[in-house]
Design a protein around this ligand. Structure first.
Ligand SMILES: Nc1ncnc2c1ncn2[C@@H]1O[C@H](COP(=O)(O)OP(=O)(O)OP(=O)(O)O)[C@@H](O)[C@H]1O
Length: 134
Protein backbone atom coordinates (compact mmCIF):
# COMPACT_ATOMS: atom_id res chain seq x y z
CA UNK A 1 0.00 0.00 0.00
CA UNK A 2 2.82 2.37 1.04
CA UNK A 3 4.78 1.24 -2.02
CA UNK A 4 1.77 2.02 -4.23
CA UNK A 5 1.48 5.60 -3.04
CA UNK A 6 5.28 6.06 -3.35
CA UNK A 7 5.11 4.79 -6.94
CA UNK A 8 2.18 7.11 -7.64
CA UNK A 9 4.10 10.11 -6.24
CA UNK A 10 7.17 9.21 -8.30
CA UNK A 11 4.96 8.91 -11.35
CA UNK A 12 3.39 12.32 -10.70
CA UNK A 13 6.86 13.89 -10.33
CA UNK A 14 8.15 12.36 -13.55
CA UNK A 15 5.00 13.52 -15.39
CA UNK A 16 5.57 17.04 -14.02
CA UNK A 17 9.24 16.99 -15.06
CA UNK A 18 8.25 15.66 -18.50
CA UNK A 19 5.72 18.42 -19.04
CA UNK A 20 8.36 21.04 -18.12
CA UNK A 21 10.59 19.38 -20.72
CA UNK A 22 7.86 19.61 -23.38
CA UNK A 23 7.21 23.27 -22.53
CA UNK A 24 10.94 24.08 -22.75
CA UNK A 25 11.10 22.28 -26.09
CA UNK A 26 8.19 24.40 -27.38
CA UNK A 27 9.84 27.57 -26.07
CA UNK A 28 13.20 26.70 -27.68
CA UNK A 29 11.57 25.86 -31.02
CA UNK A 30 9.47 29.06 -31.08
CA UNK A 31 12.43 31.30 -30.10
CA UNK A 32 14.67 29.76 -32.76
CA UNK A 33 12.12 29.87 -35.58
CA UNK A 34 9.82 32.85 -34.92
CA UNK A 35 11.24 36.17 -36.05
CA UNK A 36 8.47 38.11 -34.25
CA UNK A 37 9.36 36.44 -30.97
CA UNK A 38 13.05 37.33 -31.48
CA UNK A 39 12.04 40.96 -32.07
CA UNK A 40 9.92 40.92 -28.87
CA UNK A 41 12.89 39.53 -26.91
CA UNK A 42 15.16 42.31 -28.21
CA UNK A 43 12.57 44.97 -27.34
CA UNK A 44 12.06 43.43 -23.87
CA UNK A 45 15.84 43.50 -23.22
CA UNK A 46 15.97 47.19 -24.24
CA UNK A 47 12.99 48.00 -22.01
CA UNK A 48 14.59 46.21 -19.03
CA UNK A 49 17.85 48.16 -19.58
CA UNK A 50 15.81 51.39 -19.74
CA UNK A 51 13.98 50.36 -16.55
CA UNK A 52 17.29 49.78 -14.75
CA UNK A 53 18.58 53.14 -16.00
CA UNK A 54 15.55 55.01 -14.63
CA UNK A 55 15.50 52.88 -11.44
CA UNK A 56 11.80 52.05 -11.69
CA UNK A 57 9.77 51.47 -8.54
CA UNK A 58 8.78 47.91 -7.49
CA UNK A 59 5.20 48.40 -8.68
CA UNK A 60 6.37 49.74 -12.06
CA UNK A 61 8.68 46.71 -12.46
CA UNK A 62 5.72 44.46 -11.60
CA UNK A 63 3.61 46.12 -14.32
CA UNK A 64 6.46 45.79 -16.80
CA UNK A 65 6.92 42.09 -15.98
CA UNK A 66 3.18 41.48 -16.54
CA UNK A 67 3.24 43.28 -19.89
CA UNK A 68 6.44 41.57 -21.13
CA UNK A 69 5.28 38.14 -19.90
CA UNK A 70 1.83 38.66 -21.43
CA UNK A 71 3.38 39.66 -24.75
CA UNK A 72 5.57 36.52 -24.88
CA UNK A 73 2.68 34.30 -23.83
CA UNK A 74 0.39 35.70 -26.50
CA UNK A 75 3.09 35.42 -29.18
CA UNK A 76 3.61 31.75 -28.21
CA UNK A 77 -0.14 31.05 -28.41
CA UNK A 78 -0.25 32.81 -31.81
CA UNK A 79 2.65 30.63 -33.04
CA UNK A 80 0.88 27.53 -31.78
CA UNK A 81 -2.35 28.50 -33.63
CA UNK A 82 -0.35 29.10 -36.84
CA UNK A 83 1.20 25.63 -36.57
CA UNK A 84 -2.18 24.04 -35.87
CA UNK A 85 -3.77 25.75 -38.89
CA UNK A 86 -0.87 24.58 -41.10
CA UNK A 87 -1.39 21.05 -39.77
CA UNK A 88 -5.11 21.14 -40.62
CA UNK A 89 -4.63 22.55 -44.13
CA UNK A 90 -1.90 23.83 -46.40
CA UNK A 91 -4.58 24.72 -48.96
CA UNK A 92 -6.04 28.21 -49.07
CA UNK A 93 -9.12 28.25 -46.83
CA UNK A 94 -11.07 31.33 -45.68
CA UNK A 95 -11.41 29.88 -42.16
CA UNK A 96 -7.66 29.17 -41.99
CA UNK A 97 -7.06 32.78 -43.00
CA UNK A 98 -9.50 34.04 -40.37
CA UNK A 99 -7.96 31.87 -37.63
CA UNK A 100 -4.44 33.17 -38.41
CA UNK A 101 -5.52 36.78 -38.91
CA UNK A 102 -7.56 36.93 -35.69
CA UNK A 103 -4.71 35.31 -33.78
CA UNK A 104 -2.32 37.91 -35.24
CA UNK A 105 -4.84 40.61 -34.29
CA UNK A 106 -4.73 39.44 -30.67
CA UNK A 107 -0.94 39.96 -30.67
CA UNK A 108 -1.37 43.36 -32.34
CA UNK A 109 -3.94 44.53 -29.75
CA UNK A 110 -1.70 43.46 -26.87
CA UNK A 111 1.32 45.11 -28.51
CA UNK A 112 -0.58 48.42 -28.64
CA UNK A 113 -1.60 47.91 -25.00
CA UNK A 114 2.04 47.25 -24.09
CA UNK A 115 3.17 50.44 -25.85
CA UNK A 116 0.57 52.51 -23.95
CA UNK A 117 1.46 50.89 -20.59
CA UNK A 118 5.17 51.40 -21.35
CA UNK A 119 4.55 55.06 -22.11
CA UNK A 120 2.52 55.52 -18.91
CA UNK A 121 5.29 53.89 -16.86
CA UNK A 122 8.26 55.68 -18.42
CA UNK A 123 6.79 59.13 -19.05
CA UNK A 124 7.15 60.47 -15.46
CA UNK A 125 10.72 59.11 -15.18
CA UNK A 126 11.73 60.61 -18.53
CA UNK A 127 10.15 63.93 -17.60
CA UNK A 128 12.02 63.99 -14.28
CA UNK A 129 15.28 63.04 -16.02
CA UNK A 130 14.90 65.83 -18.62
CA UNK A 131 14.04 68.34 -15.90
CA UNK A 132 17.13 67.33 -13.95
CA UNK A 133 19.48 67.40 -16.95
CA UNK A 134 18.36 70.34 -19.08
N1 LIG B 1 -4.14 27.99 -45.27
C1 LIG B 1 -4.39 29.31 -45.44
N2 LIG B 1 -5.55 29.71 -46.02
C2 LIG B 1 -5.80 31.02 -46.18
N3 LIG B 1 -4.99 32.02 -45.82
C3 LIG B 1 -3.84 31.69 -45.23
C4 LIG B 1 -3.46 30.32 -45.02
N4 LIG B 1 -2.24 30.31 -44.40
C5 LIG B 1 -1.90 31.59 -44.25
N5 LIG B 1 -2.83 32.44 -44.74
C6 LIG B 1 -2.79 33.92 -44.74
O1 LIG B 1 -1.46 34.33 -44.99
C7 LIG B 1 -0.97 35.08 -43.87
C8 LIG B 1 0.47 34.70 -43.63
O2 LIG B 1 0.54 33.34 -43.34
P1 LIG B 1 1.78 32.65 -42.62
O3 LIG B 1 1.50 31.19 -42.51
O4 LIG B 1 3.03 33.07 -43.29
O5 LIG B 1 1.62 33.24 -41.20
P2 LIG B 1 2.38 34.41 -40.50
O6 LIG B 1 1.34 35.15 -39.75
O7 LIG B 1 3.20 35.19 -41.47
O8 LIG B 1 3.28 33.58 -39.52
P3 LIG B 1 4.85 33.17 -39.55
O9 LIG B 1 5.50 33.77 -40.78
O10 LIG B 1 5.35 33.72 -38.27
O11 LIG B 1 4.80 31.65 -39.56
C9 LIG B 1 -1.91 34.73 -42.70
O12 LIG B 1 -1.99 35.72 -41.75
C10 LIG B 1 -3.22 34.51 -43.43
O13 LIG B 1 -3.85 35.76 -43.68
Amino acid sequence: MLMDSQDKNKNEWSRLINSFGFALNGLKNAIMKERNLQIHISVAVLVVILGAFFQLSYSDWALLVIVIGGMFTLELVNTSIERLVDLVTMEFHPLAKLAKDISAAAVFVFSLTAVVVGFLIFYPYMLEWFMGNF
